[in-house]
Design a protein around this ligand. Structure first.
Ligand code: GDP
Ligand code: MG
Length: 767
């Protein structure tokens, strides 16, 4: 079999390889069995002459941006167009043909979805744009969080026929948390059901954001031919030629001659834009007030541009643009807007950067494992300069590591860098200890200097000085709600499976792996069915291991129903040493059933300091495995009422005794099961809706709203997760593919007695 070896993790075989080479016009030479692609040739598909991915770029000319959206809104298509128009690719990738640059994992190409956020660099309008493509599926929210962490600005892409959809809402909230300035791009204006007005209202109503219309569409559906630019008061039109790549377009100054309808719409919208800016921005209001004769049409476009930039950066409004990525319209204007309105790295993170005073500080936001190069750590450099062949200090892990090589990223292609300066994104090779979320510094003395500055700063602000480590905050990883067992093909392959899972976990903090202490089985927990399915698939494709996944199970929780006091005693002689301990505990339910269980020691109880930790670890292990179905125990308050420890007793015995006493107190108090419930949003048509509602009623769903968006109906409900296993597939067959759904974890809720009995039967096989 012939194999094309790329400088990247993916491989093609046989005829496919030859086709690929011919298609990309890559030179290759063949020896008997193999086609080897030279490193130069491998990257020639992607790079044009300008792509000198190196340092030295003026900080104000860098844009670290992300594209966020609901699945299928068109992120990948929009990204591909950006790469094409900027000259970074010669071929316009197409998701539907599976040949995009940014969706590069084989699973992504097959399924047409973006799983791993790929970082891509391209140049536009004098700016170097580092773009992170974020995944849209709710199972991968951690990927999105990771990407948002290092962005200075973002573009939210909407399907203009749907407006704001469930996933956009989630990502929008995340972007709010990281205070990321945004632009909105209403894509798919070429669709029959596209509605500019509806989409704008949904941004206002659902996201509670202030839309700032800086463009209007010209025409609708098949007649969508261009855009009115309200800043410059020009029309931008593309040729109706279907085969055109949209590279060329015509700018025409707006005037009454173009037809009164367009002119009137434009003037009205321009007036509104100027009004809105004057309301939101004092500096602009002053400009307007100082005009001798006020006419919105005579306000200079530069003044308007600066005002739009200020309100975007302060996040008091979101500029709205429109277009059709698929039909090659509007993407260049979106790229212009990114350069003009979104912030550069030096306009963000002031306080944090002061602590590091131009010394090296970088943040590891993503790790992938490459067969040849080992772990590749994606870094955002906040300050200082990073060079290959140097040592760095990991402030989270307190260790020093060496970076062997530094690479610039272009989707799945990498280029060697001699150094990289602040504000940029690159990949470090050679780091072995670093995991996602770590802060990397020049040396320990850099950390100590930053700590001193932080102390001084806190003193100055009158805050109590703690011994905080000034690192970038870690990631918010939601609790996994699904789990299943995974089995190696035979015992001999277990070490290989352990290695694969180690690598995958470093990459993806939302994947949890543990070994069941009773059965010795390896258990994977994740964010959803698709998440675990893709992990399974990656183990097969990337690590060449055929594993068996057990049936998908649900991560329940247990909680106390009442109060009880119980004691436990351990009295044993082990290897001539006498251990004797008695622990008495009281368990009580907490007001919030979902909060983490906690342990306190009653005031009148005195415990030697060396045993305090033992009590705590005993409690932790009791909280890990509830008495009913061995799931973690939430919402339970445990008080140590009495402890008697005979001298000579080991801490391990004290921990074991504490765990036993809590276990029996929980049993005596009675335990209930909490089940995860999910927020569900189903989009369908009229006919589909009846079927969906009937089906939901059988799934214990609580339907809270049914919204109408033009011809589509959106059902919003909350449903217990046990009822939703395999729902995506069931929904597809129920509605013959006319409905889509998104599921997101909401909270844990008590089950009723009948459901609880059924659940126990399902989990334990008997009741
Ligand atoms: P993503 O999931 O957000 O990355 O979206 P994709 O870029 O993968 O696009 C999803 C689907 O929408 C694909 O079938 C695209 O061809 C299609 N699509 C993307 N942009 C447009 C557009 O502007 N108009 C229309 N009609 N379809 C589009
Ligand atoms: Mg995509």
């Amino acid at each position: 079999m012939m194999t094309v070896r790329l400088a990247s993790p993916f491989r093609l075989h046989g005829k496919e390889a030859i086709k690929w080479c011919l298609f990309t016009r890559v030179k290759y030479f063949s020896c008997k069995k193999h086609l080897w692609m030279t490193g130069y040739a491998a990257s020639s598909r992607y790079y044009s002459g300008q792509a000198n991915v190196d340092d030295g770029t003026d900080l104000s000319k860098i844009r670290n941006i992300g594209i966020m959206a609901h699945i299928d809104a068109g992120k990948t298509t929009t990204t591909e167009r950006m790469l094409y128009y900027s000259g970074s690719t010669r071929h316009m990738g197409d998701v539907d043909d599976g040949d995009t640059v940014t969706d590069y994992m084989p699973q992504e190409r097959e399924r047409g979805i973006t799983i791993t956020s790929a970082a891509v660099t391209f140049f536009w309008a004098g700016c170097r744009m580092n773009l992170i493509d974020t995944p849209g599926h709710v199972d991968f929210t951690v990927e999105v969080e990771r990407a948002l962490r290092v962005l200075d600005g973002a573009v939210a892409v909407f399907d203009a026929s749907a407006g704001v959809e469930a996933q956009t809402l989630t990502v929008w909230r995340q972007a709010d948390r990281y205070k990321i300035p945004r632009l909105a791009f209403l894509n798919k204006m070429d669709k029959a059901k596209a509605s500019f007005d509806m989409s704008v209202s949904s941004i206002q109503d659902k996201l509670h954001a202030t839309p700032l219309l800086i463009q209007l569409p010209i025409g609708h559906y098949q007649d969508f031919v261009g855009i009115i630019d309200l800043v410059t008061m020009e029309t931008i039109t593309w040729t109706p030629n279907k085969a055109a790549d949209g590279k060329n377009y015509t700018r025409t100054p707006l005037s009454k001659d173009l037809g009164s309808a367009i002119w009137e719409r434009a003037v009205e919208a321009r007036n509104k834009l100027v009004d809105q800016l004057a309301d939101l921005d004092d500096e602009f209001a002053d400009v307007i007030l100082s005009m001798e004769e006020y006419d919105p049409l005579t306000v200079s476009s530069t003044q308007i541009e600066s005002a739009i930039r200020r309100v975007t950066l302060s996040q008091s409004a979101v500029p709205v643009l429109c277009g059709s990525a698929l039909k090659n319209k509007g993407v260049q204007l979106l790229m212009d807007a990114i350069a003009t309105y979104l912030p550069s790295p030096n306009e963000r993170h002031h306080d944090f950067l002061q602590l590091y005073n131009n010394e090296l500080c970088a943040y590891a936001f993503k790790i992938i494992h490459d067969k040849q190069r080992g772990p590749l750590v994606f870094l955002r450099i906040y300050s200082g300069t990073l060079k290959p062949q140097t040592s760095i200090y990991n402030a989270n892990r307190n260790c020093t590591e060496r970076i062997s090589r530094l690479l610039g990223v272009f989707a799945d292609d990498f280029r060697e860098l001699r150094s990289l300066s602040a504000g940029n994104i690159a990949v470090a090779v050679g780091l072995k200890e670093t995991i996602t979320g770590d802060t990397l510094l020049g040396s320990t003395s850099v950390l100590n200097a930053a700590k001193r500055r932080l102390k001084r700063q806190q003193k100055h602000e009158g805050k109590k000085d703690g011994d905080q480590v000034p690192v970038l905050a870690g990631l918010d990883v939601p609790e996994p709600v699904f789990f299943c067992t995974i089995e190696a093909p035979s015992q001999a392959y277990q070490p290989a499976l352990d290695h694969a899972l180690d690598c995958l976990q470093r990459e993806d903090p939302s994947l949890k792996v543990k070994v069941d202490p009773d059965t010795g089985q390896t258990i994977l927990s994740g964010m959803g069915e698709l998440h675990l399915e893709i992990i399974h698939d990656r183990i097969k494709k990337e690590y060449k291991l055929e594993t068996d996944l057990g049936p998908l199970q649900i991560s329940y929780r247990e909680t106390t129903a009442g109060s009880a006091v119980e004691s436990a005693t351990i009295d044993k002689i082990i290897v001539g040493r006498h251990h004797q301990v008695t622990v008495t505990v009281e368990v009580e339910p907490m007001a919030d059933k979902e909060s983490l269980s906690k342990l306190t020691v009653a005031e009148n109880v005195t415990v030697l300091p060396e045993f305090i930790e033992a009590l705590q670890s005993g409690a932790e292990s009791a909280f890990q495995q509830g008495p009913l179905i061995s799931f973690p125990v939430l919402g339970t308050s445990v008080t140590i009422m009495d402890v008697k420890i005979v001298p000579g007793t080991s801490t391990a015995m004290v921990a074991a005794c504490t765990s036993q006493s809590i276990h029996s107190a929980l049993k005596a108090a009675g335990v209930q099961i909490l089940e995860p419930t999910m927020n569900v949003e189903i989009t369908t048509d009229d006919e589909g809706m009846q079927l969906v509602l009937y089906d939901l009623s059988r799934r214990r769903a609580d339907v809270s709203n049914i919204e109408t968006r033009q011809d589509t109906r959106v059902v919003i409900a909350r449903t217990p997760l046990p009822e939703m296993l395999g729902y995506a597939t069931a929904l597809r067959s129920l509605t013959s593919g006319r409905a889509t759904c998104s599921l997101e974890f909401s909270n844990y809720e008590l089950m009723n007695q009948a459901e609880q009995t059924k659940a126990i039967e399902r989990i334990t096989g008997f009741y």
